[in-house]
Design a binder for this molecule. Structure first.
Ligand SMILES: [Zn+2]
Ligand SMILES: [Zn+2]
Length: 378
């Protein structure tokens, strides 16, 4: 598996990587063999076992433009450390890791322990290059470093800032979605909103992020927990995973139903859909002083009436190295059964996985490399 070549420059080491490359709007997503620079001093080469597909990957695929050029997407990677750069201290080859979002590590929020508020967050995660402007996949004319990982590949270059060591007794491929989708939904409830027992919450959109929020709301003791969606199957799942009430936004009047359920309104609304119509409904179903959190990356409305707050939350205000182990401990105690959302696909079937996710047939597709089996006892 491990192939290295001396290049003309002599010192620079190149690795071979099998990756899913996006070269045009909407796809196709083709498997290609690329040449990737080996890990720099602060980097970690990870042998990818699995990667979740998140809606951000799908949206970028559909919004691709020529200027972006060919890219490798993927930002919910899980794998095994293969090589480390000279200055890496926290992990060694063989360690099992989950990859999360990237941050600069140097700006004031990063230094204050708030990497989710990194001043260079956009560049670090959506720049398709390192923060110094370089790109490890340059030799192949492809851009990587998406969320500091580009995990739709059999090898990924990460840094210590965006990887989290995980215990050896859990299925790595199952842990992949913790790095973005689960963290975003559950982190919003626990960190950003700090929901307390007995407070009411409505979650708009019960896909992966919304269901993570529903499960976290149950752990936090919220009541009522209202799940709103347009797919009956997902509403049913929300009810199984912790929602006290489910509303079908296509058949029922969301505003009056939440009024029936929560009287003076809910303390919190979490919108995972980015639908502007739902932003208006959020304002109407919040009690005065309540907060609506917008997670779809489309921003929050400038203001809401009556002392209600609108906030945009990035990555659930979570510090991955703290929050991912916390989600794992909930999972171990049976309170965060996110495995119920996952369906596995081979990396070669990524087009089918994306189509299933777009239709809502699969809530959290996870791609895996066949033959990179689990070492459950290691
Ligand atoms: Zn920063
Ligand atoms: Zn994501």
């Amino acid at each position: 598996m491990l192939r290295e070549n001396r290049t003309r420059k002599g010192e620079e080491r190149m690795e071979t990587v099998r990756a899913v490359v996006l070269r045009g709007m909407g796809g196709p997503l083709n498997m290609e063999i690329l040449r990737m620079e080996g890990p720099r001093d602060d980097e970690v080469l990870v042998s990818v076992v699995a990667s979740g597909i998140c809606h951000t990957d799908i949206d970028l695929c559909d919004d691709w433009d020529e200027e972006t050029g060919p890219v490798v997407l993927g930002h919910e990677g899980a794998g095994i450390v293969e090589k480390t750069g000279g200055k890496v201290e926290g992990v060694v080859p063989g360690d099992r890791v989950v990859l999360s979002y990237q941050s600069c590590g140097l700006c004031p929020p990063c230094r204050a322990g708030r990497p989710f508020a990194c001043l260079r967050f956009f560049e670090a995660n959506f720049g398709f290059r390192r923060l110094d402007g370089s790109n490890a996949l340059e030799r192949s004319g492809v851009r990587g470093h998406f969320f500091g990982q580009s995990s739709f590949a059999d090898r990924s270059l990460a840094t210590e800032r965006n990887l989290v060591k995980v215990p050896g007794d859990l299925h790595l491929e199952m842990l992949a979605p913790l790095g973005c989708g689960m963290q975003t939904g559950a982190g919003t409830v626990m960190n950003a909103l700090a929901v307390r027992p007995g407070q009411g919450i409505a979650v708009f959109g019960t896909g992966a992020v919304g269901l993570a929020a529903v499960m976290a709301a149950r752990i936090a003791g919220a009541r009522p927990v209202v799940g709103v969606d347009v797919l009956p199957r997902r509403i049913a799942l929300a009810l199984e995973l912790g929602a006290t009430h489910g509303i079908d936004g296509r058949r029922e009047d969301v505003r009056s139903r939440i009024g029936d359920i929560a009287g003076r309104g809910v303390h919190y609304v979490i919108d995972t859909t980015g639908d502007p119509g739902l932003a208006r409904i959020a304002a109407a179903v919040l009690r005065p002083g309540g907060t609506a959190a917008f997670l779809a990356g489309t921003g929050a409305p400038a203001s809401l009436p009556g002392g209600r707050k609108a906030v945009e939350i990035i990555q659930g205000n979570a510090v991955p190295q703290r929050f991912i182990p916390e989600m794992i401990s909930w999972h171990r105690s049976g309170r965060f059964p996110f495995d119920r959302l996952v369906k596995f696909y081979d990396f070669g079937d990524i087009d089918r996985a994306v189509a299933d996710a777009k239709r809502g047939d699969t809530i959290k597709p996870v791609l895996r490399w066949s033959g990179r089996g689990e070492r459950k006892d290691s």
